[in-house]
Design a protein around this ligand. Structure first.
Ligand code: AMP
Length: 618
């Protein structure tokens, strides 16, 4: 039994506090974590309080794995050990990834074309599940640090189009990170919840969720009735996002310079500078309408009008996907009650107006588009924690599921856009006299021939009593649960011989592997914590070094030569400690720097205030 003691009041609390269940938006580019307390929702931010996004990037250094901004800094210097876009690898086989594997800087392994891919780093192999688990561990760590309590339960969001293997992989990653995943929720459903849509039992609404992130685009149409969410249709493009808008700016600037696209590809640092400046330009256009810069002594400029005409095709692609989704859902624009925007790229005014113009109505953009999905996940978590009135979320399966029949044909059992949870079955028979076994191969996809669809797994119904061909009655049942996870059952009805399979056996991660990985991660937990502490100190030291340099530059007229050289000496000392592996030594050196520079900084502040006062008097 647990006895809750209120340390401040020195009393025993009457009511035991409910567990906090966290909501996680596990994104391709960035991830976020949030929680709710029955009323308010809180997004976990960094120590500066401004940034909630944790880049979904991992770096394998000599001392262990780091996640987030620290890892992002290594993208250029150590691309083969810095992993990004793991979400694109989830639940995928090597065959699925023919285009992606050449475009990333790390090594995607082809162990067996049918099996899940792995990533090779320094001769070790990691599944996308293990890699995603590292991101989830970082999010768990952040929220635990904030709450000063452990958390063990989560709701994780996935794109509505994620198939069964991808959902299962996400669930497994949560488990590996030490989280019991109570629900896998579709991202558009979470976004609607964030806007409070569907929280009242009587409302009936049809919602469009337009999600344009850094690298992917999705459009979903949801119908909410009596507190039940149903995804009517989804469409999208997994290779379209904010990066493409940066690219049109780069191409435009290249056309104004004498550098070719190949020339830029061959010069990594120049390429990076162009990418960074193009993204700055895009964001500046969103707020101030134009942008000027210079790269390699070349003056570059772009205004909102030029950007709008360059982006026309990209935006048209997204609007076309909206049209297709509306057609799938058999709806017209008048049927749409609300439009919700998700993803950083929807901050672009040209996107807001294109979407609003197409649907002929205003849009919901009052929440931070980067945070809506995490906020919605936290609200769903809160509902599951029993803090809100019961709401049921119903989703759809975006791809048909069926089995292989004679001639390699796909026989669909649960069709695309069916509501989940659902179950469906069909009867089959044998084609040979005395046939004892029947192979059942399960596929997902829309093509008529199974070879063009995705295989989810296969199993055998054995021990069918000998009967003439055509006599056995074999029922195949598909049971799809609320998370979109499939169980297939085969029963010979005359004899009651039965076999069943959960898709995880073919494409998920086995319980033994899971146990091994958990033991590994527990064994390494202490050294992981130490590494993390050291890396945090190095990061802080680097910030102090930068600040000290800036301080010298800004105050060089007021500082004496002795003061400048003393600061430079302290800088050298601090820089040297960051090469070592002692957190304590780095911290002592940072303290020495602070001790010496704090009074100087105060003097500088007084001087600046004095100067400002004088100027206002004049
Ligand atoms: P997400 O994956 O949702 O975090 O989306 C990140 C994308 O949003 C990146 O491509 C950013 O460049 C883009 N983005 C963020 N802020 C803005 C802005 N103010 N204007 C245009 N694009 C933005």
């Amino acid at each position: 039994m647990k006895i809750p003691i209120n340390l401040k009041a020195g009393s025993v609390d009457k009511e035991e506090k409910k567990d906090v269940i966290i909501g996680i938006d596990l994104g391709t580019t960035n991830s976020l974590v949030a929680y709710a307390d029955g009323e308010e929702t809180f997004v976990i931010r960094d120590t500066s309080g401004s940034n909630a996004l944790v880049p979904s990037i991992l770096h394998f250094g000599k001392d262990g794995v780091v996640v987030g901004d620290i890892a992002r800094e290594k993208l250029i210097s150590a691309p083969e050990r810095t992993i990004y876009s793991v979400k694109r690898l989830m639940g995928k086989s090597y065959q699925d990834l023919s285009s992606l594997k050449d475009s990333v800087g790390y090594n995607v392994i082809d162990q067996d074309a049918e099996a899940l891919v792995k990533v090779e780093i320094d001769g070790k192999y990691y599944t996308p599940i293990e890699l995603s688990a590292e991101i989830l561990k970082e999010l768990k760590y952040r929220v635990e640090k904030h709450l000063k309590a452990t958390v063990s339960k989560a709701v994780i969001t996935v794109p509505a189009y994620f198939n069964d293997a991808q959902r299962q992989a996400t669930r497994d990653a949560g488990k590996l990170a030490g989280l019991e995943v109570l629900r896998i929720v579709n991202e558009p459903t979470a976004a609607s919840l964030a806007y409070g849509i569907g929280l009242s039992k009587d409302e009936e609404q049809t919602i469009v969720v337009y999600d344009l992130g850094g690298g992917t685009f999705d459009i979903s149409i949801l119908q909410i009735q009596n507190g039940i969410f149903e995804v009517l249709a989804t469409h999208g493009d997994t290779q379209l996002g904010g990066d493409d808008f940066d690219k049109v700016i780069i191409d435009y600037w290249l056309s104004k310079s004498d550098i070719s696209a190949d020339g830029l590809n061959n010069n990594k640092s120049l390429g990076q500078e162009y990418r960074t400046e193009a993204e700055h330009a895009k964001k500046a256009i969103s707020t101030i309408g134009s942008y000027k810069t210079s790269i390699a002594n070349k003056e570059l400029h772009i205004d909102a009008e030029t950007f709008a005409s360059l982006s026309y095709d990209l935006i048209a692609k997204t609007i076309n996907a909206c049209k297709l989704a509306m057609k799938d859902a058999k709806l017209s624009n008048e049927d749409i009650d609300q439009i919700v925007l998700v993803g950083g790229s929807t901050r672009m005014p040209i996107i807001k107006s294109a979407v609003s113009d197409y649907f002929g109505q205003s849009i919901n953009d009052s929440l931070d588009p980067d945070e809506v999905v995490a906020i919605g996940a936290a609200i769903q978590a809160d509902i599951l924690a029993g803090n809100r009135k019961d709401l049921l979320l119903i989703d759809i399966t975006p791809l048909s599921m069926g089995i292989e029949t004679v001639g390699g044909l796909m026989d669909v059992i649960i069709s695309r856009n069916s509501k989940v949870p659902t179950r469906a079955g069909r009867q089959y028979t044998t084609s040979v006299d005395g046939q004892k076994n029947l192979k059942i191969a399960v596929y997902q996809g829309e093509r008529d021939l199974v070879e063009h669809n995705r295989k989810l797994g296969e199993f055998n119904l054995t021990d069918i009593p000998p009967m003439p061909a055509g006599i056995p009655k074999i029922e195949i049942k598909f049971i799809l649960d609320a998370d979109g996870i499939l169980t297939v059952k085969a029963t010979e009805l005359r004899s009651n011989v039965e076999t069943q399979m959960e898709i995880r056996s073919a494409y998920g991660i086995s319980e033994e592997d899971m146990a091994r990985m958990l033991i590994d991660s527990l064994q390494n937990a202490e050294s992981d914590m130490q590494t993390k502490g050291l890396l945090e100190s190095i990061n802080e030291a680097n910030n102090i070094l930068l600040a000290a340099q800036r301080f010298i530059e800004q105050n060089k007229d007021a500082l004496t030569i002795e003061q400048i050289s003393k600061i430079n000496l302290l800088k050298e000392d601090l820089l040297a400690t960051t090469q070592g592996d002692s957190k304590d030594v780095i911290e002592a050196s940072m303290q020495a720097m602070n001790l010496y520079t704090a009074p100087l900084a105060h003097e500088a502040l007084d001087r600046n205030i004095g100067k400002a006062l004088k100027e206002t008097k004049m």
